[in-house]
Design a protein around this ligand. Structure first.
Ligand SMILES: *Cc1c(COP(=O)(O)O)cnc(C)c1O
Length: 386
């Protein structure tokens, strides 16, 4: 949800939006122009050559053998679960600190989400927080590359192998993130991506993809998302599927933007390094990132006391921020039944986390301005550091 435009108190103040999609669009304006024309004249609007091309590009980027374009990131997770035969009676482990779609997809697949707490420093579920939630009914673990960061994937891969569980990645915030040089989406049996406009690689509407090294799973997911049709089988429906396909226009936008993704992520990273250097004071805490991770830097999250007051004061200075996420998933009303126990680390963090403006085209001056304002506000509100 976008906040109302800030009321400026100082006419010379620098306005810093939370994100700037227009600047990314402008970077690829020419490629988009050609892509539109091509799609319009092809009359192939759902699936087709443009979608196949983007699928090939995206699987190559992720380092997986296959990519299947789907309608959105939520469907990507749900279709992977269904493609693996996970449903009623099965438990699927999900972090309580995520966008609600991770758990929602599990419920939509008919399975039961089991929420786990996060590491108090990285705010990610880890092998240690996952292990106690494994039961005889656990079928899969969904690892979320939240904020673009990843937990120790070695530990999680070992745990999944030891317990014979499917490892699924929700990489909807981790386009291009790596752990020990390997791209998010390529660790598990399948990786799920959203190309919602605000993601690091964003379409001009809803879009998503599943990447996997398993060709048979890819074909099952493709069929499930296409009304249960078998490939090239016309009106033979061998499964009860759904409608979740990628549009040619969205695929064309994604193909036009993908060549810039690495440079855009690098620009985000440069600004995060600057934030880390400039933000200081006993009241300000950073979210830790594992040394093996090169993050997509989808979000830069800090922790501050009196978070809502800090946010309001930044807003008054023309600086827009976000909170990811204000209410942990297990405390959202429809999901309360799936979380018998409190999850202290995520519950503690939810009141403190603040996502700072971050996008490829944010300027050094804007980052310095945000950092200076935040340092001042936190010092004023909390002179002794909490
Ligand atoms: C955006 C997001 C999703 C869902 O993607 P949609 O395309 O909106 O369905 C799932 N998980 C995470 C972590 C996300 O950030």
């Amino acid at each position: 949800m976008r906040a109302a435009p800030p009321t400026r108190t100082d006419a010379t103040a620098l306005v810093v939006p939370f994100n700037d999609l227009g600047a990314m669009t402008a970077d690829v304006a020419e490629a988009l122009e050609l892509a539109w024309k091509d799609v319009a004249t092809s009359s192939s609007f759902v699936g087709g050559r443009r979608v196949e091309q983007f699928e090939a590009e995206w699987s190559a980027f992720c380092g997986t053998g296959h990519a299947v374009g789907v309608g959105n990131g939520t469907d990507a997770i749900q279709l992977v679960l269904r493609g693996l035969g996970i449903g009623p009676g099965d438990e699927v482990i999900v972090p309580a600190n995520s966008f609600i779609a991770t758990a929602e997809a599990v419920v939509l697949a008919g399975a039961t989400p089991r929420f786990v707490d996060v590491d108090p420093e990285t705010l990610l579920a880890t092998a240690d927080t996952i292990l106690p939630a494994i039961t005889s009914r656990t079928a899969a673990i969904v690892v979320v590359g939240l904020y673009g960061n990843l937990p120790s994937m070695d530990d999680i891969l070992r745990l999944a192998a030891d317990k014979h569980l499917a490892l699924i990645e929700d990489a909807a915030q981790a386009h291009g993130s790596t752990w020990r040089g390997r791209r998010a989406g390529s660790f598990g049996v399948a990786g799920c991506f959203s190309f919602y406009p605000g993601k690091n690689l964003g379409a001009f509407g809803d879009a998503g993809a599943v990447v996997t090294g398993d060709g048979a799973l890819a074909e099952r997911i493709r069929s499930l998302g296409n009304h249960g049709r078998e490939a090239d089988a016309g009106h033979v429906h061998t499964l009860v599927g759904t409608n979740s396909r990628l549009d040619a226009l969205q695929a064309a936008v994604l193909s036009a933007k993908l060549p810039r993704l690495t440079a855009w992520n690098r620009a985000r990273r440069t600004s995060v390094v600057a934030y880390r250097q400039l933000l200081r004071g006993p009241g300000l805490r950073m979210v830790r990132v594992d040394g093996q991770v090169e993050s997509s830097c989808h979000l830069h999250v800090v922790r501050v006391p009196s978070r809502d007051l800090v946010r309001q004061r930044l807003h008054r200075q023309g600086i827009e921020t976000g909170v990811h996420y204000r209410v942990p998933c297990h405390l959202q009303e429809p999901y309360r039944g799936f979380a018998p126990d409190p999850l202290p680390a995520v519950e503690q963090a939810a009141g403190e986390i603040l996502s700072l403006p971050l996008f490829p085209h944010i300027t050094r001056r804007q980052v310095e301005h945000v950092a200076a304002q935040l340092n001042t506000i936190v010092a004023e509100l909390d002179p002794h550091g909490g």
